[in-house]
Design a protein around this ligand. Structure first.
Ligand code: NAD
Length: 457
């Protein structure tokens, strides 16, 4: 059978439309699983490869693991029923049964904030050792510019001249930009960037992705530019949040309400609003800033000042949140030590069941270091142990037992919290609103001791 690289344009189109191509997605987590399901839903046979055997078993027994991704439960049931999608932990079988290999592997950072590309590099080595010729490889993971062209390709090609990009395999990137909790919506809406080692590969990727995703596919001059765009959008957000966080710290002292300022500022056509908070978490924003910093080190002996400073500000916010709590407790002469503090929400963003790099972990750690007894309530984490603490299920009982609470994640459930209700249930009426979701004037008028970030006393 012809490899995808040897097919004519019409043969490729025919294979795509008849569902004759097989896709292998390696890494079927938060992003990789929805990606694989989208390929399968478009009629292409799709195999998901993952080292997590429990996940593979769960998927093959028909249990959808991403309950907080609306829409994909239905697609999952459909493609499993149609036998268009299956999972395996057998790398070689998945890869060699496929024409196209999509990599959605994790790219976290280590404890010193250095990007960790080990999953991609170990897969590059396995592809070198085990992949047959003629495949198209597409990296969707977020990596810094030049990683694909240098580190990844060097290992994939190896020294034995067995594999050569553009000769007996093709390589490109399509950095993923979807937001957890709304991946289906984003896959139907957000343009995708396509970079590749040569024009033919880029055209090939665009043809295949056009069949699966009904969005604009934007050709990039090369892989490094596509990856630079992905990092730029997320570093932009991280930095803008750092900017409003820094303003919040100053405005608090000056008696200026940051939320009033931002609501008015956003009436100006070229102001893009960002909001202050207890920090920035998740597998993307903090990591992407450190990837950019790591990338910049190759070109400047100086530090990448602005991005590094932004990180420092955002990493300071959990400490500031606890300072606000201590200040509020002080008003009723209660020390933080031995107080019971209820933390509402542990996810790094609203309405997802995900605690990766959540700043709430830092808040909990600081509270515990200061001797507080930490209680956790999160509608997405009932009956669980999070950050070493058993979560609580009875919200009212939590309120009755705490000396103060911190709203740490803006889950929808918390937006409806009535100040009067909190006042009537809480042992001590102390509310730290790190998401500024409660009406501060109402909160104060009913007698809550309220602090929001950037809102003053
Ligand atoms: N989650 C997001 O919000 C988001 C958004 C856009 C882009 N991204 C990027 O997408 C990539 C994937 O992120 P994610 O959030 O889906 O990660 P994830 O941790 O949810 O999923 C990664 C999956 O890869 C598997 N895996 C790890 N090593 C493997 C190996 N050697 N072989 C096979 N499988 C392996 C893991 O078991 C896991 O199931 C990252 O580069 C991330 O930066 C993530």
């Amino acid at each position: 059978m012809k490899s995808i690289r040897d097919m004519s344009d019409s043969e490729i189109i025919e294979s795509i439309q008849s569902g004759g191509l097989t896709i292998c997605v390696i890494g079927i987590g938060r992003i990789g699983l929805p990606t694989a399901l989208s390929f399968a839903n478009s009629g292409l046979s799709t195999i998901g490869v993952d080292i997590n055997e429990n996940l593979v078993k769960m998927i093959n027994s028909g249990n959808f693991p991403l309950k907080d991704e609306p829409g994909y439960d239905v697609i999952f049931n459909k493609v499993i029923h149609e036998k268009k999608f299956r999972a395996t932990s057998n790398f070689t079988e998945g890869v060699n049964a496929s024409d196209v290999i999509v990599l959605s592997l994790p790219t976290p950072m280590d404890e010193k904030n250095i990007p960790d590309y080990s999953a991609l590099l170990s897969v590059a080595q396995k592809l070198h050792d085990e992949m047959s010729e003629g495949k198209l490889i597409i990296i969707e993971s977020t990596v810094e510019p030049n990683f694909v062209e240098k580190d990844f390709l060097e290992i994939l090609e190896g020294n034995d001249k067995k594999l050569k990009s553009g000769k007996n395999f093709s390589l490109g990137v399509c950095p993923e930009t979807a937001n957890p909790g709304q991946i289906l919506n984003d896959f139907e809406r957000l343009p995708r960037l396509v970079g590749a080692i040569d024009k033919e590969t880029q055209n090939l990727i665009i043809k295949i992705y056009k069949h699966v995703f009904t969005v604009d596919l934007i050709p990039m001059p090369d892989c490094k530019t596509a990856n630079a765009v992905k990092l730029t959008t997320n570093v932009f957000r991280d930095l803008n949040i750092a900017f409003v966080n820094e303003l919040a710290l100053i405005f608090e002292k000056a008696g200026i309400d940051i939320m009033t300022v931002l609501e008015a500022a956003k009436t100006k056509y070229n102001f893009q609003v960002h909001y202050p908070s207890a920090g920035v978490g998740g597998p993307c924003l903090p990591v992407n800033s450190y990837q950019m910093i790591n990338f910049a080190k190759n070109f400047t002996s100086k530090t990448f000042g602005l991005v590094e400073d932004g990180r420092k500000i955002n990493e300071k916010m959990p400490f500031h949140t606890v300072e606000l709590l201590e200040d509020a407790l002080n008003e009723i002469n209660l020390p933080l030590s031995n107080s019971s503090i209820l933390v509402l929400g542990v996810s790094y963003k609203p309405d997802v069941k995900d605690i990766q790099l959540s700043p709430v972990e830092k808040i909990v750690e600081i509270l515990q270091d200061k001797g507080a007894n930490v209680l956790i309530y999160d509608p997405y984490f009932k009956d669980s142990t999070i950050f070493g603490i058993k979560t609580l299920d009875d919200f009212v009982q939590c309120l009755e037992n705490c000396n103060g609470l911190i709203i740490a994640t803006a889950h929808k459930d918390f937006h409806n919290l009535e100040p009067q209700f909190l006042k009537s249930k809480m042992k001590n009426p102390i509310v730290i609103d790190s998401k500024n979701i409660i009406d501060q004037y109402l909160a104060k008028s009913v007698g809550l001791i309220y602090r929001g970030i950037g809102r003053g006393k």
